[in-house]
Unconditional design. Structure first.
Length: 466
């Protein structure tokens, strides 16, 4: 039993080191962005990158995540998987280029459509290579390439924003150039020229991969709706300045996304590879124990971030962005729900149930749009954050019930509910600065620590016992 925990912890540390170093550096760039870009400019840059994130699964037909999952299958030639995935991305890109004149006619994108398409294509190639490397168990290389890519982004951000004053274009091109360099590095180091050859293209495998990946396209779009559509709606229903503040506020919950992301990337590998090595009961216990430690880590981190929202904003943001702190508590709470939903989605990954992933995410997307239309006019940008939170909670409940058909594991309902109530109280007192809010923040953090400290200790002891 300890072996699987050791492997998970080892992969988490390796991936975590690369991810944490990368994201921490990007997080520390927030003062640079708020100093060099006005709220309106930051809003435009955010719209470009988020539009590209929407276009990515469409252009690649959801194939990047599929390459990761199929490469893990021992009875499939991984070179055929990579080559087939590469061909799918080229075909999807060609289709988007045909439609480019139509897409470029939308005034909403202010003539930046060429930048969106370029960003999307390069990001897809980088994701394809990185997911292939991760599936092959090259965890250290996967982590290192993330650090190198981030270092390039930092250097180019300073060069383009501070020296050349390229504003929005410089902000986006920094990431584009970084993706190109890192993709070429992976291509050379892993000798992907030996793995990507016409003779490895398999039409029948492509049909099987697309059967898995195509439901992932609307799934990704639905998650994009839940995560990002509120920014478009805030810009159209309120103004670009408020949207810029909202976008900056979301940079702080990125810390939670970082923590959950570096764990989930290691967890997905373990969840799939350990399935065939354990009995069904042992695998269910593995899921339950890991989920307990995961939710403990997320709630402790969130409680800390919420309590220090104003201080973080004062340190990280320029004066023009300081009021963004008011959106942070709800966005942090929504990020917890998002992370728990992603963990439940690992069940669908193990059993290749992409259709179930699609159906559950659809519920979140529909509810998010409806709630945004209702709440943004009444509560402003915090209405959008609340809509996102409720949508994620809905999907979590649905998945918690639905996934039990495939892997039944203990989600520790009572403790989960207690954590949610404490975070809810903490969020309300923080946003409205109700009487005694400082005392309440302290008490909430203490309660969260009492509820969750021991699961983390027990999880560590399972690994370190020997």
């Amino acid at each position: 039993m300890e072996r699987k925990y050791k492997r998970l912890l080892s992969n988490t540390f390796i991936i975590g080191f690369g991810t944490f170093a990368s994201k921490l550096i990007v997080f520390l760039l927030v003062p640079l962005y708020t100093a060099c870009l006005s709220p309106e400019e930051y809003s435009s840059a955010d719209i470009i990158t988020q539009s590209a994130n929407l276009l990515m699964p469409i252009m690649a037909l959801g194939i990047c995540e599929t390459v990761f999952r199929f490469t893990l299958d021992k009875n499939i030639n991984r070179k055929c998987v990579l080559t087939t995935g590469f061909v799918v991305i080229l075909l999807g890109t060609a289709a988007v280029l045909v439609l480019f004149p139509i897409l470029n006619s939308f005034e909403y994108f202010d003539g930046y459509m060429w930048l969106i398409v370029l960003y999307t294509f390069v990001a897809n190639i980088h994701s394809l290579f990185a997911q292939y490397v991760r599936a092959r168990g090259m965890t250290t290389l996967f982590a290192v390439q993330g650090i190198i890519g981030t270092a390039i982004v930092v250097a180019l951000n300073i060069l383009f924003l501070v020296v050349f004053k390229l504003s929005v274009t410089g902000y986006v091109l920094s990431t584009v150039i970084s993706d190109i360099v890192v993709s070429l590095m992976l291509f050379r180091l892993v000798r992907l020229d030996y793995a990507i050859k016409p003779r490895y293209f398999d039409r029948w495998l492509m049909r099987e991969m697309l059967a898995y990946s195509l439901p992932l396209i609307p799934t990704t779009i639905f998650w994009w709706i839940v995560n990002v559509s509120d920014r478009f709606m805030i810009k159209s229903m309120i103004d670009g300045t408020t949207n810029g503040l909202y976008g900056v506020a979301f940079k702080i919950p990125t810390i939670l996304i970082l923590l959950s992301g570096m764990f989930i990337e290691a967890w997905q590998f373990s969840a799939v590879t350990e399935r065939d090595l354990s009995s069904r009961r042992a695998h269910s216990a593995f899921f339950g124990n890991v989920f307990d430690s995961f939710q403990a880590l997320m709630f402790i981190s969130a409680a800390m971030l919420i309590s220090f929202s104003k201080i973080i904003a004062r340190i990280m943001f320029s004066d023009a962005y300081y009021e963004a702190w008011r959106y942070m508590p709800l966005l942090i709470a929504a990020t917890i729900a998002s992370s728990l939903v992603t963990f439940m989605g690992s069940v669908y990954l193990v059993d290749k149930k992409s259709v179930q992933s699609f159906l559950t995410s659809a519920a979140g997307a529909v509810s998010n749009i409806i709630l945004n239309l209702i709440m943004i006019p009444r509560l402003g940008a915090n209405g959008a954050a609340l809509a996102t939170l409720i949508s994620y909670l809905l999907v979590f409940v649905i998945r918690a019930v639905n996934t039990r058909r495939y892997i039944y594991f203990d989600i520790h309902e009572k403790k989960l509910l207690a954590n949610a109530i404490v975070i809810g109280v903490q969020t309300v007192f923080m946003i409205f600065e109700l009487q005694g809010w400082i005392f309440i923040q302290i008490m909430c953090v203490v309660l969260i620590l009492l509820f969750n400290f021991m699961p983390i200790v027990r999880g560590a002891l399972k690994v370190l016992r020997r």
